[in-house]
Design a protein around this ligand. Structure first.
Ligand code: B12
Ligand code: SF4
Ligand code: SF4
Length: 340
């Protein structure tokens, strides 16, 4: 197994390529803890929390050696995508989540990961690599937490001390032997803001999101002609993903920093589109607006469905028919809140 590159040299190169976070996990010698997260994954699957995402059942997700049998290390990478634009607050506006505001992160992160992987191989042809960003049967967040990039918060997203949770994640699996970093400690403490703020009670318990109840799942993945009632009534204007649990997180409120990657700046029409215009958007217009965007994954009919459902929910609310999700304003965290 090659040992030609070390931890620090790889990290330096990752930073040169523009990554904001990098950390390394060694899976040698193989230990049970490398599979520990699969207990949670299996439990999540057993409860049906994956909804219609059958691809989540891929057994390789449970054991990284099935993805790369001669794996020695996982190089985890993060790219900050936060931009300080704020959405307007009127009911007439459609909300697009931040991950979809700019160019498709699969391309932007993928291009950089590929560059790092090719650079590694150029240093030593014995080095083998496989790389992913949301694209493989690999648990991106779990490996990133072990690599010390951040911790998995109670909303189940990975939070870093420097950028909050506005980080896209990816990783390089390699046969290269590398010195590992320490896993990141938890810093949610007794805070439960994200759980209290979720309008559909999708965070069933700390760290566990049921996709069947999650607005992000229904607006991005659900291809049915209609959204279930409990979701449609509580969309709050979201038409593409949902950022509510991240927006309320104190780590994001205090530590988000503007990204230096121009590709993540929002397309001008993505921050404040109206529900009406998206509900009636033509296919040609949708293709023009979302060119090279991650939102292309949301089919034209789905986008129209989401916007129409939000419009209808607004009308019902004005008529006083809808039962709002009853929750008190989220409590301020007592401990575990960011103190630096
Ligand atoms: C499936 C999926 C979804 C599904 C399910 C969400 C989910 N929480 O799993 C849906 C469609 C709902 C979704 C939504 C979103 N997603 Co998504 N999604 C994924 C995907 C493909 C797999 C995640 C996964 O393995 N889920 C399975 C469950 C079991 O895992 P988990 O929630 O991660 O839970 C683990 C831990 O919480 C832990 N755990 C569970 N319980 C407990 C209890 C204790 C005590 C402890 C210590 C640990 C623990 O173990 C679990 C299993 O390993 C990843 C990409 C990838 N390949 O990893 C992107 C990914 C997670 N998504 C991402 C994003 C950006 C989003 C959205 C923010 C997009 C948006 N704005 O709408 C939302 C966030 C919604 C939310 N609150 O989770 C990013 C997250 C980046 C980050 N900083 O964390 C990822 C990593 C893609 C990427 N490469 O950047 N997503
Ligand atoms: S993304 Fe929205 S619906 Fe899903 S868990 Fe977070 S707040 Fe709830
Ligand atoms: S809102 Fe609070 S509990 Fe939720 S992820 Fe952020 S710090 Fe953790």
């Amino acid at each position: 197994m090659p040992e030609s590159l070390d931890n620090q040299t790889i990290k330096k190169q990752a930073l040169v390529l523009g990554f904001h976070k990098v950390g390394i996990v060694s899976v040698l010698p193989w230990q049970a803890e490398h599979q520990a997260s699969t207990t949670w994954l299996q439990r999540w699957l057993d409860q049906g929390y994956h909804a219609d995402m059958a691809w989540m059942l891929d057994p390789r997700r449970q054991d990284i050696r099935k993805v790369m049998p001669n794996i020695s290390s996982v190089i985890c990478l993060g790219l900050n995508y936060y931009t300080p634009h704020q959405r307007p607050s009127g009911h007439e506006y459609a909300k697009i989540s931040r991950y979809g505001w700019g160019r498709d992160y699969h391309r932007i992160v993928g291009r950089r990961i590929k560059a790092l992987a090719l650079w590694m191989q150029a240093q030593d042809p014995e080095i083998q690599v496989r790389y992913y960003t949301d694209t493989g049967p690999v648990q991106d967040k779990v490996w990133a937490e072990r690599a010390g990039i951040g911790w998995i918060g109670k909303h189940s997203n990975l939070i870093s001390r420097n950028y909050g949770s506005w980080l896209f994640l990816g990783e390089i699996l390699t046969n290269l032997e590398l010195e590992p970093d320490l896993p990141h400690a938890q810093h949610c403490g007794s805070c439960t803001r994200c759980i209290a703020a979720c309008p559909t009670d999708a965070i069933r318990e700390p760290f566990v999101v049921d996709a069947n109840r999650c607005i992000a799942y229904h607006t991005i993945e659900n291809r049915d002609a209609e959204l279930p009632n409990g979701i449609a009534e509580n969309l709050q204007g979201w038409v593409a993903g949902c950022d509510i649990c991240q927006d309320v997180c104190p780590w994001n409120q205090r530590f988000a920093q503007e990204t230096d990657i121009p590709d993540f700046q929002p397309y001008p029409e993505n921050v404040a589109p109206t529900l009406k215009e998206l509900a009636t958007l033509s296919i040609a217009e949708r293709d023009r607006r979302f060119r090279a965007s991650a939102l292309r994954r949301i089919k034209h009919k789905m986008l129209q469905r989401n916007a129409t459902a939000s419009l209808k929910a607004n009308i019902r609310q004005q008529e006083g028919v809808t039962q709002h999700h009853p929750h008190e304003p989220p409590p301020l965290p007592q401990d575990g809140s960011p103190s630096e």
